[in-house]
Design a binder for this molecule. Structure first.
Ligand code: ADE
Length: 231
């Protein structure tokens, strides 16, 4: 069982997604547990401020260290030591390989930022795995945490009905990890003049596997030549 602890100022936003589809099924099956924590609950004063103006001036606000330190210290002893993930555009790029790495952990704590950034002492306080989901700036780490959670839980044993189905996908192990997926067809055999390729109807497993690999290579070359470059 994989336990997620997600620290966020918007738990309802995170909860809404985890209650649907595969993330929900994963929890119902007991493959995963989600624990959401609002670090505003650990902030002091009538206003429970979690951010403040930056030393040195400049635009935007910075997340204060105290509420986040308190929240982490409250959450850490609830289970074994977690792998700690900080969501930030400054992090290492998230890929299918990173999802596989995380799916092997027993516990993951994710810290979602808001505003211009974190007080640097939050970075220095723990050993973080800083992760970015792409070269663009989101309003907060929540969507990034959800992207990562979704990509990880679907890799856990038994979550997708058929154990092998994640391997055959784009970036999956069955395609060598470096190809995007081949085209899929279902019934009807002809739709608006477009026919299902004969080979897929042949029942010849060897020929089908060969066609799929060729198609995956062709698609990757056309759409994502960068994936083939780093061979
Ligand atoms: N927070 C804001 N932008 C982000 C990104 N691209 N990846 C991860 N966390 C973020």
């Amino acid at each position: 069982m994989l336990r997620f602890d997600i620290l966020t100022l918007f738990p309802a936003m995170v909860q809404a997604v985890l209650e649907q589809s595969i993330p929900r099924i994963a929890a119902e099956q007991g493959a995963v547990e989600y624990h959401l924590h609002n670090f505003r609950d650990f902030a002091e004063g009538v206003h429970q401020a979690v951010d403040d103006r930056p030393y040195g001036g400049g635009a935007g606000m910075v997340l204060k260290p105290e509420p986040i330190f308190k929240c982490i210290r409250h959450v850490l002893p609830q289970a074994e030591l977690p792998h700690m993930v900080l969501l930030t555009p400054q992090g290492r790029p998230f890929t299918q390989r990173v999802a596989e790495e995380l799916a092997a952990k027993p516990r993951i704590l994710m810290l979602c930022g808001r505003y211009e950034g974190f007080d640097e002492r939050i970075r220095l306080g723990w050993q973080w795995d800083e992760i970015s989901i792409g070269d663009y700036v989101l309003s907060g780490g929540e969507l990034a945490a959800l992207v990562i959670t979704d990509a990880v839980v679907r890799l856990l044993p038994g979550v997708l009905g058929d154990e092998a189905s994640a391997d055959e996908e784009s970036f999956g192990k069955g395609l060598g990890g470096k190809l995007i997926e081949y085209p899929h067809y279902t019934r009807p055999v002809e739709f608006e003049g477009m026919r299902v390729p004969e080979v897929l109807q042949s029942g010849h497993h060897g020929e089908i596997a060969k066609w799929r690999l060729e198609q995956a290579r062709k698609r990757t070359k056309e759409r994502r030549p960068d994936l083939l470059d780093d061979e």
